[in-house]
Design a protein around this ligand. Structure first.
Ligand SMILES: [Zn+2]
Length: 362
């Protein structure tokens, strides 16, 4: 009897070891993905890793969206529950490219504090109680980052703030301040394309890097908590314009709202609306590879013709943003601008209006 009992115990232990090893081999691997803001850049290796998690999705049922591309990050990663009492840490980083003046920092913080009010009211609109505590930190480090390589920069910034590295960041903030969710956003005092780094792994560090032209962090924060972009590829954008045209994940403008699908991804609602279902049905064929291709197309540098905030731009582009000499045509307004652009903004040149009148700036 005793031997039989021992055998049973050993069988149970073997099963546990097997499950643990499965977790270590599959569940424990670091899988991450970058989401940009309005404009993008990709981290190829991260995308390739993400593809692994999308295998065997071909046989998904039409109404079973569990493997859908647009729900991939829901309930995954370190940041999961955007409700209750949460601590948002914004680290203002001085680096080799830019430093925060007291005035710039004050303006930036005032903008983000307003975004916090909008965030809480977004949640309240779905009957979700969300109380956000903001923590602003400053640090000065050497070096800079690119959208392809930012790990060292992030490590240095955390280190300079006395936070013990990405893997322990969330844990150490939790231990120090007692909040369950501790998203971290970095900010630099220069213009650029804000982006979020998400992880599909429980222990993966999730964060966003905000540039000073990012006046509202919500779009990036929603990424960290599971929301996806709806403005590319073009088929996704068309479907989003049809079903959720005012979504903050389609267009990060101030009057944009949290649509039902985004709310579902954030865990604010349990049921998909008819519109969200329609969107998911129309985009069910979208694969990570297809999204990656569209993402890279938007990150081009050189001379290109592309859509830009409702206009068509032809000219010099840096990382997918009109920058240099070019022409912007707003066909619906009958308006054209020819001249110089700096980070998407016309700075020097001439507008021509539908009635033939012109205006020169710069
Ligand atoms: Zn985005």
């Amino acid at each position: 009897m005793k031997t039989k009992k021992n055998n049973t115990v050993w069988s149970v232990i073997a099963v546990i070891l097997f499950v643990v090893s499965m977790y270590i081999n599959y569940g424990g691997q670091e899988i991450s993905i970058i989401k940009g803001n309005n404009n993008y850049n990709s981290n190829n290796s991260s995308y390739e890793q993400l593809f692994l998690s999308y295998q065997n999705t071909d046989d998904a049922q039409a109404e079973d969206f569990s493997d859908h591309y647009y729900l991939a990050a829901k309930d995954r990663g370190d940041c999961r529950e955007l409700k209750g009492d949460i601590l948002i840490t914004i680290i203002l980083v001085d680096d080799s490219e830019s430093v925060w003046t007291p005035e710039a920092a004050a303006t930036f913080k005032a903008d983000q504090d307003k975004a916090t009010q909008r965030l809480e009211s977004d949640a309240a609109g779905y009957g979700i109680e969300l109380n956000v505590q903001m923590l602003y930190l400053n640090c000065a480090i050497e070096g800079t980052f690119s959208l392809q390589e930012y790990n060292d920069w992030v490590n240095s910034a955390l280190d300079a703030c006395g936070i013990p590295g990405p893997k322990w960041c969330s844990y150490s903030l939790k231990k120090e301040f007692g909040y369950k969710e501790n998203p971290v956003l970095f900010a630099v005092n220069r213009e650029g394309r804000s982006f979020a780094h998400l992880s599909l792994n429980r222990r993966g560090f999730e964060f966003a890097i905000l540039y000073k032209n990012m006046h509202d962090y919500r779009h990036e924060l929603y990424h960290i908590f599971g929301a996806e972009d709806y403005y590319y590829p073009k088929e996704t954008k068309a479907a989003a314009q049809k079903y959720m045209s005012d979504s903050i994940m389609l267009d990060n403008r101030q009057d944009a709202v949290v649509d039902n699908l985004t709310a579902y991804s954030l865990g604010w609602v349990d049921c998909l609306s008819e519109d969200a279902t329609g969107f998911l049905q129309e985009t069910a064929w979208i694969t990570p590879e297809y999204v990656k291709e569209a993402y890279e197309a938007q990150s081009k540098t050189g001379y290109h013709t592309m859509e830009w905030n409702g206009a068509v731009y032809t000219g010099q582009v840096v990382s997918g943003v009109p920058d240099g000499t070019g022409t912007m045509v707003w066909e619906n307004q009958g308006k054209t601008f020819r001249g110089e652009f700096v980070y998407g903004q016309p700075t020097k040149g001439t507008y021509t209006y539908s009635d033939g009148t012109t205006r020169t700036i710069g």
